[in-house]
Design a protein around this ligand. Sequence first.
Ligand code: GAR
Length: 210
Amino acid sequence: MSTKLLPIVVLISGRGSNFFAILEQVQAGKLPVDIRAVISNCSQAQGLHYAQQAGIKTHILDHRKYRQRQIFDRELIKIIDFYTPELVVLAGFMRILTAEFVQYYIGRLMNIHPSLLPEFPGLNTHQRALEAKVCEHGATVHFVTEEVDGGPIILQAKVPIYKHDTPEILADRVLEEEHKIYPQAILAFAKKEICLSKDGQVIRTTPSVK
Ligand code: GAR
């Protein structure tokens, strides 16, 4: 692939399956990014092992050691910036970020959320989708803004909801789609097909990401 590699840093809190999906695309030569580091706020995050096995630098920054969210976020910025990423990828990073952090990385901070935003921001999205008896559900990749799970949408994937679905079954169906759309959204960013405008809109320079 001739495109210049986009330097990224990935933030995780647990399983890391979205990070792994991104890593697989990179290793397959389909995603022109350089994953410079993976950072977790939890030392037990399984995703850290995928990074270590791939020879990617890892860091643990335990939020419980910080009494103030702002101090934690400033430490996080220091670690991230050491790697000079052009994109910071939140992949199951289960921390609410300060406005200061979000503004610092505005336009180069992406998140994936397991619902069709603006439906079901926050936690337990699959359970809530079932309780609300909606007929479809899904996942959203968006630029991060100060509104939690409220940033401008880059890509969404829909899945049907079936009669006998449980939150776990539905979560698996959604996760399969997450693993497709997150690498796709990052690819679009790497190819400069999308960016965030100053007034908070996603600008699409080609029609490949609708
Ligand atoms: C994913 O389902 C992701 O969408 C969700 O956490 C899970 C992480 O899984 N993120 C959020 O809920 C953020 N609001 P993973 O660690 O296997 O990628």
